[in-house]
Design a binder for this molecule. Structure first.
Ligand code: SF4
Length: 272
């Protein structure tokens, strides 16, 4: 496993330990409100404090079970995991962790506890499966740069369980798509991916975009120096390659063309 994965694991482990400590200090219920207001509240970032879970229930910080009381664990159990639970609050800040409407602390999408209730229908709802504004503190899921620092280049993806990933650029987004098992925090399928059109710089549907396989590292001042050039229309992609000396129409592909080999053309240094 590479450096990026170790970093993610260390963060998860640290947060899990913090959550356990918080639960022990807080007792059975109500631990969240006993922590001074700040960037976090009782082990969860403030945006989760009264957030809504997958079932529409709002989190009440004064009526939460401790993680130890519900035997919370960071691994699934018999195929059941938090991302499929009706009480789960999906990741809101790009760190790969969520929260729960009835249990204290940060919660891993692959976690589990004895209060698990399967979410009816599964999958994400319409709003949670749309593109979002990139949070200021969201790290690129592939290279770990801050995605919000690259507003003309950043990208994002969402999985069926609403796990969200942000990227600095199209090169990292397509690498994530091609080598998902290395970089994703969930086993759920990718159900949405958005990249920025090279002309408009608007977020476009990356699953339906046309990618010109640019390899000139000096062509743009872009994150990671080289990225496939996304376009909403094939016509724009054709115009782009016509302006280059090195690309032809054969170098225009759709997202499904990105496999490990093609991803290595852009992010070989990050792929195990
Ligand atoms: S399994 Fe437990 S901790 Fe996970 S979301 Fe459901 S109730 Fe919360």
């Amino acid at each position: 496993m590479g450096q990026q994965s170790h970093t993610a694991l260390d963060r998860r482990t640290m947060l899990a330990l913090l959550g356990t400590g918080s639960a022990a200090l807080a007792g059975c219920t109500g631990g969240d409100d006993q922590t001074p207001t700040g960037t976090t509240s009782g082990g969860v970032p403030d945006e989760y404090r009264t957030a809504t879970g997958l079932d529409g229930q709002r989190r009440d910080p004064s009526a939460l079970s401790t993680q130890s009381a519900v035997n919370y664990q960071s691994e699934p159990q018999e195929g059941q995991q938090c991302s499929g639970c009706t009480y789960y609050i999906p990741d809101k800040n790009g760190d790969g962790l969520g929260a729960c409407t009835i249990v204290e602390g940060t919660i891993e999408p692959r976690g589990y506890c004895t209060s698990y209730v399967a979410r009816e229908g599964g999958g994400g709802d319409g709003e949670s499966q749309s593109s979002l504004e990139v949070p200021d503190d969201a790290q690129c899921a592939v290279c770990e740069m801050m995605a919000a620092n690259f507003p003309e280049w950043n990208a994002q993806a969402v999985h069926a369980d609403d796990t969200r990933a942000f990227f600095c650029s199209s090169g990292c987004a397509t690498t994530y798509y091609a080598v998902t098992e290395q970089f994703a925090e969930t086993d759920a399928d990718i159900t949405g991916l958005w990249v920025r059109d090279l002309n408009s710089r608007d977020l476009i549907d990356g699953t339906d975009a046309y990618y010109a396989l640019e390899t000139d590292t000096d062509r743009f001042d872009d994150p990671m120096r080289v990225n496939p050039a996304p376009f909403a229309s094939r016509e724009d992609a054709v115009s782009y390659v016509a302006e280059t000396d090195s690309l032809t129409g054969d170098d225009i592909v759709k997202l499904t063309a990105f496999d490990r080999t093609l991803a290595e053309q852009y992010r070989s240094q990050l792929i195990e």
